[in-house]
Design a binder for this molecule. Structure first.
Ligand SMILES: Cc1cc2nc3c(=O)[nH]c(=O)nc-3n(C[C@H](O)[C@H](O)[C@H](O)COP(=O)(O)OP(=O)(O)OC[C@H]3O[C@@H](n4cnc5c(N)ncnc54)[C@H](O)[C@@H]3O)c2cc1C
Length: 418
């Protein structure tokens, strides 16, 4: 059964992406577009979803290939965001301090989403389900919006029913906001095939996504140490500030654990755990699929200290279309908006323009995830921040060797001058 599935996965990937099968971003557009439901999504050995063709149902119509956003981009086909380009760069945050504190960056997403809900529209974004799996869902009320708030550093699954529901809402004339990673925006734009006036897209600057298998194993390992299982999880808690976030777990019995030592978070930020396609992501650069792009405005204080006085979170907002500009203007009363420039944005946020570098041990890491106990994985890949005194010694050593280096260089210079 497994080998049959593998064969089918490769068959579709080969069909759509040729030699570059590993570029499949798992957006689900091919499964959603298939008119005979011949494609389902199945997890590979690392836990990433890939399309599986059921050859008994497939009529070889070629739509999956035609609407694969990666295939399209590679081959110069229509992307649905031709002509987009950054027209405005802003530093921003939500003026509601509570929302800003609960959001990963400055809470701009919530303002954009509230605007759509006020128009009677619907908002699609990533949320945890009751099994702590991250999936896209659609919300239509303010009360539900909190489910989408905050970055979840796990690849969000988009069930194909979400694509169908969005198309249905748009055909009814409702406003819809779709928010997600650039590959997901590319997928839904490709699936819809035509522009809808009331369709709003907000993409995120994205470093890449780990698999849900890794997250499941992490949660199982944590649960084994706790009296009561984890019920919810935050990846970017601001207890110690926006720039030094921690992970927070809340257990069913109401207890909370805050940590800046999370093995999961370290595997993520060290880029060990990303989907293979993320290391060659074709959605980088300033031609963005969203009407608006959101990110953390890292390094903003270097040029604009007034935009980061409280370490509470500053969003980078890129406006990519006239629709995006109108939308943001409508949200203006709830947001602080300050003008900034693209060079400062790129200088602090390489992920805007470059994919993450693939560490040499990336494949071994996922190989080990399949065979090793999580504790052994942590030890092998040093997924533990060193204790404070060790970090202090390391930093002193670095400074000392830098100082000695400078001393040697300046002595040499003086000798040459003599
Ligand atoms: C996997 C991932 C990697 C990121 N990498 C970077 C980076 O390298 N540099 C950077 O500046 N910013 C990155 N971001 C974006 C950043 O963390 C914030 O999400 C963004 O700035 C919006 O923040 P906010 O405060 O406006 O709203 P928030 O409320 O914090 O953001 C919520 C929005 O994020 C979406 N979202 C959350 N998790 C996911 C997910 N797994 N998949 C798809 N959409 C999701 C929700 O649908 C919602 O729209 C990343 C986000 C994610 C999810």
């Amino acid at each position: 059964m497994i080998s049959e599935e593998k064969h089918s996965v490769n068959a579709l990937a080969k069909h759509t992406l040729g030699e570059e099968q590993s570029l499949c971003a798992g957006c689900t557009a091919c499964a959603a577009i298939c008119p005979v439901d011949a494609i389902t999504m199945a997890a590979d050995a690392e836990g990433f979803l890939h399309p599986v063709i059921h050859t008994d149902l497939c009529t070889d119509c070629g739509l999956c290939r035609k609407f694969c956003p990666v295939h399209n981009l590679k081959n110069g086909g229509k992307t649905g965001w031709e002509g987009h380009g950054v027209s405005l760069v802003l530093a921003a945050w939500n003026l509601d301090e509570n929302i800003r504190r609960k959001s990963s960056s400055g809470g701009v997403f919530t303002a954009l989403a509230e605007n759509i809900l006020e128009k009677g529209g619907a908002v699609a974004g990533a949320a945890f389900d009751d099994r702590l799996h991250v999936r896209h869902c659609i919300v239509t009320t303010m009360v539900e919006l909190h489910r989408l708030r905050g970055s979840k550093y796990v690849q969000s699954e988009i069930p194909k029913e979400i694509y169908e529901e969005i198309e249905h809402l748009l055909q009814q004339g409702r406003s819809v906001l779709f928010s997600g990673t650039p590959c997901q925006i590319a997928g839904i734009r490709s699936f819809l095939r035509k522009p809808y006036e009331r369709f709003y897209c907000c993409d995120l600057v994205c470093m890449g996504v780990p698999s849900s298998l890794l997250f499941d194993k992490y949660i199982a390992w944590k649960n084994a140490q706790l009296e009561s299982p984890i019920a919810s999880c935050g990846f970017r808690d601001k207890t110690s500030g926006w720039k030094t976030p921690g992970m927070i777990h809340s257990s069913l019995d109401g207890r909370c654990e805050y940590t800046q030592q999370s093995a999961y978070y370290l595997a993520f930020i060290r880029r060990l755990a990303l989907r293979p396609s993320c290391y060659a992501c074709p959605f980088k650069g300033l031609n963005r699929p969203g009407d608006v792009t959101l990110a953390d405005f890292w390094g903003v204080a270097k040029k604009y200290p007034e935009y980061d006085r409280d370490d509470a979170g500053t969003s980078l907002v890129l406006v990519n279309t006239p629709k995006g500009k109108e939308w943001l203007d409508e949200c203006g009363a709830g947001l602080f908006l300050g003008s900034a420039d693209i060079d400062t944005a790129i200088a602090g946020n390489a992920m805007l323009v470059h994919p993450a570098l693939r560490p040499p041990e990336r494949s071994e890491f996922y190989g080990d995830l399949g065979t090793m106990a999580f504790k052994a994985l942590i030890r092998k890949y040093r997924l533990k921040r060193p204790a404070v005194h060790q970090r202090l010694i390391k930093s002193l050593r670095q400074r000392l060797s830098k100082g000695i280096g400078q001393l040697i260089r300046s002595t040499r210079r003086q000798e040459q001058q003599i």
